[in-house]
Design a binder for this molecule. Structure first.
Ligand code: NDP
Length: 332
């Protein structure tokens, strides 16, 4: 298909210095995959900030269009999987990493990366959830499979004001859990209590390494988007038979650990990846997020809508850890 579209392009303007600007692109320059989508909404995730600021573990070659999430209408599908006009959504796989991403009016991807957008969500709410919502859903799903129940004890969420964190707080509260929210933004306590958090914990309390092998249990279940020493501090304070789902590294990738919480308390550490999940597993979580796990008006409370032109400023905010909730980008 011929024609042009607008995209957020990231360029390395000097060694290690990355610039973002809106540029016009040729549709023909998109990768030669079968599914061409007119993007209606995209969203901003921490990984997009890493791509926009040159993290080589996310994006190897520039100029590049970031955006790991996209939802919109099918323009063409050479695979025949989707009909023109059908609303679909794509999260993860290589979108926005080394394949031109969703911060653009058009994407072209393998049809095997897309799921039908749940009708009850539509493109806007699907992107308000985005990879962050999918990841929070996968964390909760794995915790439930590990035996988590509201009666079993409190659920703790780290990086609580962030995208994954804020949706995890709202989802766990919806499912009846008492939620403790760990945050570096104590001034956002009201935001977190409105999402359903009963207790707010200063992130500094969990940030440092401590040589103690175990501490008094403070919760039974956890969703951790921060990683680093915070993750093992969460595990050390998890009650007998509890579990922590680890999905992120906003605070760091390395941590010191011992086997004691695992062999003395039977605590489980559950790894979460949203990117390479089989499409059917992603679709199943999307159906839940659209149905029985729908967080309702809380989704609007955590979502801020941006234009494409505003994306660079907000990507910089996410990069500094200063984001709050979810940012969607309107490409209509
Ligand atoms: P956001 O930027 O929206 O949220 C991250 C939050 O983490 C911040 O708002 C902040 O919350 C907290 N934080 C930031 N910096 C630090 C720090 N130095 N130390 C401790 N806490 C910090 O990111 P997302 O929600 O999009 O992603 C969160 C993490 O999860 C990222 O590491 C991301 O890469 C990962 N992720 C992994 C996925 C997977 O498939 N495994 C999928 C999606 C995300 P507060 O101020 O409230 O403490």
């Amino acid at each position: 298909m011929e024609g042009t579209f607008r995209a957020l392009r990231v360029e390395e303007v000097a060694p290690g210095k990355f610039d973002q600007r809106i540029e016009s692109q040729e549709i023909d320059a998109l990768p030669a995959h079968e599914l061409l989508i007119e993007v209606e909404y995209s969203s901003l995730n921490y990984k997009d900030a890493l791509s926009a600021f040159g993290q080589p573990g996310v994006t190897r070659e520039y100029p590049h269009t970031p955006g790991i999430d996209a939802a919109g209408r099918v323009l063409e599908d050479a695979s025949g999987t989707f009909q023109p006009g059908q609303q679909v959504l794509v999260t993860g796989y290589d979108l926005g990493m080394n394949t031109a991403g969703g911060l653009a009016e058009r994407i072209r991807v393998p049809a095997s990366w897309a799921v039908a957008c749940p009708e009850s969500l539509g493109a806007r709410d699907a992107m308000a959830l985005g990879t962050a919502g999918l990841t929070a859903g996968l964390c909760v799903q794995k915790l439930l499979a590990a035996g988590a129940t509201p009666e079993g004890g409190t659920a703790v969420v780290t990086g609580a004001t962030g995208g994954v964190g804020s949706i995890a707080v709202a989802l766990l509260a919806k499912l009846g859990f008492r939620v403790a929210a760990v945050t570096g933004k104590l001034e956002s306590a009201e935001f977190l209590t409105a999402l359903g958090a009963e207790k707010i914990i200063d992130r500094d309390m969990l940030a440092e390494y401590s040589p103690r092998a175990l501490v008094k249990p403070q919760w039974q279940w956890g969703v951790d988007s921060v990683g680093g020493e915070t993750l093992f501090n969460l595990i050390k304070a998890t009650g007998y038979g509890g579990a922590v789902a680890a999905c992120g590294l906003a605070g760091g990738a390395q941590f010191n650990a011992s086997v004691y919480p695992f062999i003395l308390r039977g605590v489980s550490l559950l790894g979460i990846d949203s990117v390479e999940q089989p499409l059917s597993a992603k679709a199943a979580v999307w159906e839940k997020l659209a149905g029985e796990w729908n967080i309702g008006e809380k989704l609007a409370r955590i979502t801020e809508e941006l234009s494409l032109a505003q994306a660079p400023e907000f990507l910089a905010r996410l990069h500094r850890g200063h984001g709050i909730g979810r940012y969607i980008v309107n490409l209509n």
